[in-house]
Design a protein around this ligand. Structure first.
Ligand SMILES: Nc1ncnc2c1ncn2[C@@H]1O[C@H](COP(=O)(O)OP(=O)(O)OP(=O)(O)O)[C@@H](O)[C@H]1O
Length: 507
């Protein structure tokens, strides 16, 4: 309360001085006045206030409930945190995970294995693996029948998400994750990862599971030749694996096939010998000759006979650069031939131009460097084919790059006879895929005796030789086409008609 100063009061006494504690003299007669007032530096709740708060806390049910809830929340948070930590710790100690990125070779093997498990369980009437999930993916494969026709088989496998399966009595979790942001730049497919988890004690099952998956993948290509083509900077199987072509189904001039095969067989397995002498471990073969003389068929048959696959490379492919070529030739799948077809069209004038005028970015020196493969000491078997030997640059076919040059020509008399017997003989015959089958007679055709086949074969030989003397030849591919279309006797006249002036294009 404001009071006016009285006359007897000294001015100094009535004016408070600055300071933490100021003594003010006031009229003691005034009620409610103290003689010594201390001004506290920080205002705070008085004892009265404190007792008020605690009273509210204890008396007010809302406040006490809130405080209780807060306490429960804190406890739960602590529990949850400890549980997470505990789980992580337990996971680290007790669980083991295996990551298979989509880049890895075992990735398609494992998916194929999962598809096979699913299919076999479904076949046994059980609920197939992964069916518990609502996220399925389809893995389509082809099944080839005895008669050569093929049928698409759809296998449902667990799609992206988490799934469980049992292997050798142990539960596994498999997480299939797809990263929408990450792309495999070369294949254009989304980046995927499979993470397998199981108990640490069963970690050894990972390797047996992957071995089983690999064996299954290999079994599907057993007896087949896989043809790979370049896909960006990696090799990808082209189409389904093909049945191996029998060596006997490709009829070459006397001794040619045996010569190449024995050279290759003696090269294989001599890596140490080459390494000791510092020679790059590679062998190059050039098969040249007119179209339809069996160059590609022979390479296929040779690959089949040695249980090799084929990496087919088209040098005129768009986007193929020196770097990519070098990379591809350095990453050839094991047990594979590299096949460069029609190398003449690629580099006949040291500039590679495709039919539509597209100029490849692969340079001639880039090809030579890639073929030499300075960086690689791995086994390399390179086959090249051409219809125009004379157009090839000598640098491309010099020794060391091409070790064996072999001409596969139009049919010689003896070759034509052997092919005739293969088609019309009673013991063995070949179908167009080169598979040896029992003789299938055409409608109204009477089987020939062995003697008749031999006699007709000799006639075929004579016709081909006579025509050849006149400078008229026939390709093996044309003979094959004729033998497929006509009966044995009619084919003789057909051969005469089909013989062309030597060097004429076409089969
Ligand atoms: N010597 C042969 N023996 C058996 N069949 C052959 C022979 N030559 C060609 N053929 C048949 O002809 C067809 C074409 O043969 P292939 O593609 O191997 O010939 P190519 O010499 O590689 O031809 P191109 O030079 O045009 O590539 C195939 O179906 C094959 O079975």
């Amino acid at each position: 309360m404001f009071r006016p100063r009285t006359a007897h009061q000294p001015a100094s006494a009535s004016q408070p001085e600055a300071g933490p504690s100021t003594n003010i003299t006031v009229d003691p007669t005034l009620p409610g006045q103290t003689t010594d007032v201390s001004t506290p530096p920080v205002p705070g709740p008085s004892a009265e206030d404190q007792s008020f708060i605690s009273k509210i806390m204890s008396d007010n049910p809302y406040f006490s409930a809130g405080a209780g809830l807060m306490g429960v929340g804190v406890v739960l948070t602590v529990l949850r945190r400890s549980l997470t930590l505990g789980t992580t710790f337990a996971q680290r100690r007790m669980l083991v995970t295996l990551e298979i990125p989509s880049k890895d070779r075992s990735y398609p093997w494992f998916l194929e294995w999962m598809a096979a498990q699913s299919a076999s369980q479904a076949g046994k009437g059980k609920r197939p693996m992964g069916f518990r999930s609502h996220e399925l993916a389809v893995e389509t494969s082809y099944k080839q029948h005895e008669n050569g026709s093929s049928e698409a088989v759809f296998n449902l496998v667990p799609g992206p998400g988490t799934h469980y399966f049992k292997y050798q009595g142990t539960w596994f979790q498999v997480k299939r994750e797809r990263d929408a942001k990450l792309m495999d730049l070369h294949s254009g497919s989304p980046w995927e990862t499979l993470t397998l988890t199981t108990l640490s004690a069963y970690r050894h099952l990972f390797s047996s599971l992957l071995t089983e998956a690999r064996a299954l993948a290999e079994a599907s290509t057993e007896g087949k030749t896989v043809v790979y083509t370049a896909w960006g900077v990696e090799w990808r199987p082209f189409g389904k694996p093909r049945s191996r072509r029998e060596m006997g189904s490709v009829v070459l001039a006397e001794g040619v096939s045996e010569k190449i095969e024995s050279d290759l067989r003696s090269f294989l397995g001599r890596g140490k010998w080459y390494a000791e002498r510092g020679i790059p471990y590679r062998r190059g073969y050039l098969l040249h000759g007119p179209p339809g003389s069996g160059k590609t068929s022979f390479i296929q048959a040779l690959a089949g006979s040695l249980h090799y696959n084929i990496c087919l490379l088209n040098l005129a492919e768009r986007g193929l650069t020196d770097d990519k070529l070098n990379h591809l030739l350095g990453l050839v799948p094991e047990r594979s031939f590299i096949l460069l077809e029609d190398v003449d069209s690629a580099f006949s004038r040291r500039v590679q131009t495709s039919e539509d005028g597209y100029k490849s970015s692969v340079t001639f020196s880039g090809l030579l460097n890639a073929l030499d493969g300075v960086a690689s000491s791995e086994e390399r078997i390179i086959f090249m084919t051409t219809n125009h030997y004379e157009r090839l640059d000598p640098a491309l076919i010099r020794p060391g790059r091409v070790d064996i040059h072999e001409l596969l020509d139009d049919a010689a008399g003896e070759q034509a006879k052997r092919l005739f017997i293969k088609f019309y003989g009673n013991s063995t015959t070949v179908n167009p895929n080169g598979e040896e089958k029992g003789r299938i007679l055409r409608e109204g055709e009477t089987p020939l005796t062995d003697q008749e086949v031999e006699d007709l074969g000799n006639e075929v030989k004579k016709i081909v030789e006579d025509e050849s003397e006149k400078g008229r030849t026939i390709s093996m591919a044309s003979l094959q086409g004729l033998f497929i279309r006509t009966g044995a006797k009619e084919s003789l006249e057909g051969i005469r008609e089909l013989c062309k002036v030597q060097g004429q294009e076409g089969v």
